[in-house]
Design a protein around this ligand. Structure first.
Ligand SMILES: [Zn+2]
Length: 172
């Protein structure tokens, strides 16, 4: 078979290479293969995405739901990946409701640097529990405030809620 002359492919292939290089340096791509969920604060692994505690949270129990695939936009995900992402988000709110009894939630996706995404190349859904009397959403997204709680303890608590079968009878 003859090769078609398609010079535009070149930049497309270059782009793919750049995406691969970027994915190599991407924190959200690096964490799951390390298989060290406790130290990486990964709470749960679904088929196409995983759930991780945010290390720089806006509030206690701030989780992120992250597709395994390095992808910067919702429309670049396959339908089954989006479904998995949404199901994991719903589960995250359920787990947080049961463990931390918040008064509400802010769910958010910052697409692109201009929107304030910390890791703009790899999309992720923020799940932020809210309590009556904490600050409003906008200041919360604009600035990190000081939060006093122990991240490791919180991880244990949420991990137990995610995996009751694994943690039965252990730790209190
Ligand atoms: Zn990535």
């Amino acid at each position: 078979m003859k090769n078609l002359y398609a010079p535009w492919r070149e930049s497309f292939i270059e782009q793919l290479d750049t995406d691969k290089k970027k994915a190599k340096k991407c924190l959200f791509c690096q964490k799951p293969p390390e298989k060290d969920d406790a130290n990486n604060f990964i709470l749960d692994r679904a088929k196409h995405c995983y759930v991780m505690l945010n290390l720089y949270p806006y509030n206690a129990g701030h989780l992120m739901v992250i597709p395994y695939r390095h992808c910067k936009d919702l429309d670049l995900l396959e339908e089954h990946e989006r479904l998995d992402l949404m199901n994991a988000t719903a589960k995250a709110t359920k787990i947080l409701k049961e463990t931390l009894t918040p008064d509400g939630f802010n769910l958010g996706v910052n697409l692109g640097k201009g929107a304030g995404a910390g890791i703009p190349g790899h999309l992720h859904i923020h799940v932020v529990p809210r309590w009556n009397g904490d600050t409003n959403f906008m200041p919360i997204l604009a600035d990190t405030k000081h939060i006093s709680f122990d991240l490791a303890k919180l991880y244990q608590k949420l991990y137990r809620a995610y995996h009751p079968e694994k943690t039965k009878g252990r730790l209190k």
